[in-house]
Design a protein around this ligand. Structure first.
Ligand SMILES: C[S@@+](CC[C@H](N)C(=O)[O-])C[C@H]1O[C@@H](n2cnc3c(N)ncnc32)[C@H](O)[C@@H]1O
Length: 293
């Protein structure tokens, strides 16, 4: 299948505002310039729905940059869900917990063994584990970062002041964000059965087919998605959507079957491998770049 290269390059993540407190595996900060172009191309959406929210950078950016009125974030993972519930409903308590925590290898190990007493403690535990485990991976079996950033060890990605600042910004927007701990496919199923003229849907499911950086089984506790069903649900509706996937024959064939359009963005991984990612929409949204097979 011939897929055009997007005229919008993948940005270096340092070039866009980091709004999520999570460093999420498969996070889409690099996609933000595409998201801005896509949302501005629509009649201003009242609601952005993100059925596989993870680090939720797209919802947070869309709300904070006023590209939509409101966002609905959905996530099935109970630990990630706890972080969003704590951030949106108990921001000041979560911030206080961050500022009073003395992060050492021992304190992190002790925290990881505890059963959280309430939602703030559960969200806090998620945040600490996410920022101290290798690659931010929360799924079972993930190990703690050894050398860390610049050899600074387990605390090398623990920036309390930065995290508190991000959480304050999230708390300010919380009245415009709804979070649901549930199955994103089910929500999509019921949503797509209703009129949705002013709804935009950003779909970034876990994907196990490509074998690339998102090999979902290793990264996420929940990774079993019926991708063919997801494509057919979107095709049967007339909803505005943008999906991202690793490039693979399975996904190319679904794009062709449903006559969706796609552009390719080449990502550099941490090891400088070039990983093609697809940005899929119903109609062309990004003007044509160079064609590659
Ligand atoms: C590729 S990640 C999303 C990353 C996100 N776009 C970001 O920028 O951080 C996919 C997410 O979907 C979640 N997930 C998997 N199955 C789900 C389901 N059925 N419903 C809701 N969330 C699900 C996973 O836990 C994971 O957080």
């Amino acid at each position: 299948m011939v897929i055009s290269v997007s005229p919008i390059p993948a940005v270096n993540v340092a070039a866009v505002p980091q709004r999520s407190p999570l460093r999420y595996p498969g996070g889409k900060t690099w996609l933000i310039p595409h998201i801005r172009v896509w949302l501005r191309s629509l009649e201003r959406p009242g609601l952005l729905v993100e059925p596989f929210a993870g680090g939720a950078i797209v919802s947070l950016t869309a709300v904070m940059e006023n590209l939509v009125d409101e966002a609905l974030m959905i996530e099935l993972d109970k630990d990630v869900a706890a972080l969003w519930k704590a951030a949106l409903n108990h921001g000041p308590e979560l911030a206080a917990r961050i500022s009073s925590f003395n992060l050492t290898r021992e304190s992190v190990i002790e925290l990881s063994r505890q059963c959280p007493a309430d939602i703030v403690e559960h969200g806090f535990r998620t945040l600490v584990l996410n920022r101290t485990r290798r690659g931010g991976i929360l799924a079972n079996g993930a190990s703690f970062t050894r050398k860390g950033e610049n050899g600074a060890g387990i605390a090398s990605r623990w920036y309390p002041n930065t995290l508190i600042r991000r959480l304050r910004a999230i708390a300010e927007c919380a009245p415009r964000i709804t979070f649901c701990e549930t199955d994103g496919i089910q929500i999509l199923d019921s949503l797509l059965g209703q009129p949705h003229d002013d709804v935009a849907i950003f779909v970034d499911p876990p994907y196990t087919g490509g074998g690339g950086k998102r090999a979902g089984k290793r990264l996420y506790a929940h990774n079993d998605i019926d991708h063919a069903r997801l494509f057919s649900m979107l095709a049967e509706s007339n909803a505005n959507f943008l999906m991202t996937y690793d490039r693979s024959l399975e996904i190319e064939s679904l794009i062709e079957s449903y006559k969706f359009t796609a552009v390719q963005v080449v990502m550099k991984s941490g090891h400088h491998a070039r990983l093609p990612e697809l940005v899929i929409t119903r109609y062309p949204c990004f003007s044509k770049g160079m064609s590659v097979a």
